[in-house]
Design a protein around this ligand. Structure first.
Ligand code: ADP
Length: 168
C-alpha cells in the first residue's frame, strides 16, 4: 500500500492545490493532505478554518484524508507510515526552495521519496498569497478557489463580494 502526503499551509487552499491533490490521489492508494497548523509565516485563516476549507474542497475523493499537524513534516510522514511526499512545481522559481526542502527531508528520512508534480497550465500562476491580495481589493477570484474558500474570503473581505469600481 503506497501512502503519499501532500503538506502545505493552505492559507487558503486554491484550485491549484485541488488539482495537484486530485491528480496525486489517482497515483497512490491513499493520499493524506496535511495542513500545517503553525507555519513560520503569517497566516490569514486560523488552522480550524483552513482545515475545514481543505475538507470541504476535497470531499469528493474517496482515498483522500485531511489531517492537521505541527512540527516537522518528516515526523508526520514517519507517524503515518507514508512513503512519498508530494509537492507542486509551478515555475522555475519554485524549484530552488523545493529542491532544498526535498534534499533536507530526504536526509532526515532516507526512506522518503519526494515527488514534484508540475502545476496544470491554467493554475501555474496561482498562489494563496495572490488570491488573498486580489480578494482584499475586491477582484474576482472565483475561478481561482473552490466554493468553500470563496465564501470565507467574502466574509473576510466584504469588498470581494462587490463589483470592482473605478476610482474617480
Ligand atoms: P507552503 O509553502 O506553506 O508549504 P503553499 O500553499 O505555498 O504552502 O505550497 C504548498 C505546495 O503546493 C508547494 O509545493 C507549492 O509549490 C504547491 N502549490 C501551490 N500553489 C500551486 C498551484 N497553483 N499549482 C500547483 N502547485 C501549487
Amino acid at each position: 500500500m503506497t501512502t503519499a502526503v501532500l503538506p502545505a499551509s493552505f492559507d487558503p487552499i486554491t484550485c491549484g492545490h485541488v488539482d495537484i491533490a486530485t491528480r496525486a490521489a489517482r497515483l497512490f492508494d491513499r493520499l493524506i493532505v496535511a495542513v500545517h497548523a503553525h507555519p513560520k509565516k503569517n497566516v490569514l485563516f486560523p488552522i480550524d478554518v483552513r482545515l475545514a476549507m481543505v475538507r470541504d474542497s476535497l470531499s469528493g475523493a474517496e482515498n483522500i484524508e485531511v489531517v492537521k499537524y505541527d512540527g516537522l513534516t518528516v515526523d508526520l510522514v514517519r507517524k503515518l507510515g507514508a512513503n512519498v511526499l508530494i509537492r507542486g512545481l509551478r515555475a522555475v522559481s519554485d524549484f530552488e526552495s523545493e529542491y532544498q526542502q526535498a534534499t533536507l527531508n530526504h536526509k532526515m528520512l532516507p526512506s522518503l521519496e519526494v515527488m514534484c508534480m508540475f502545476a496544470s497550465m491554467e493554475y501555474s500562476f496561482l498562489s494563496s498569497s495572490i488570491v488573498k491580495e486580489i480578494a482584499e481589493y475586491g477582484g474576482d477570484v472565483s475561478w481561482m478557489v473552490p466554493e468553500a474558500v470563496l465564501v470565507r474570503l467574502r466574509e473576510r473581505f466584504p469588498a470581494a463580494a462587490a463589483p470592482v469600481g473605478v476610482e474617480k
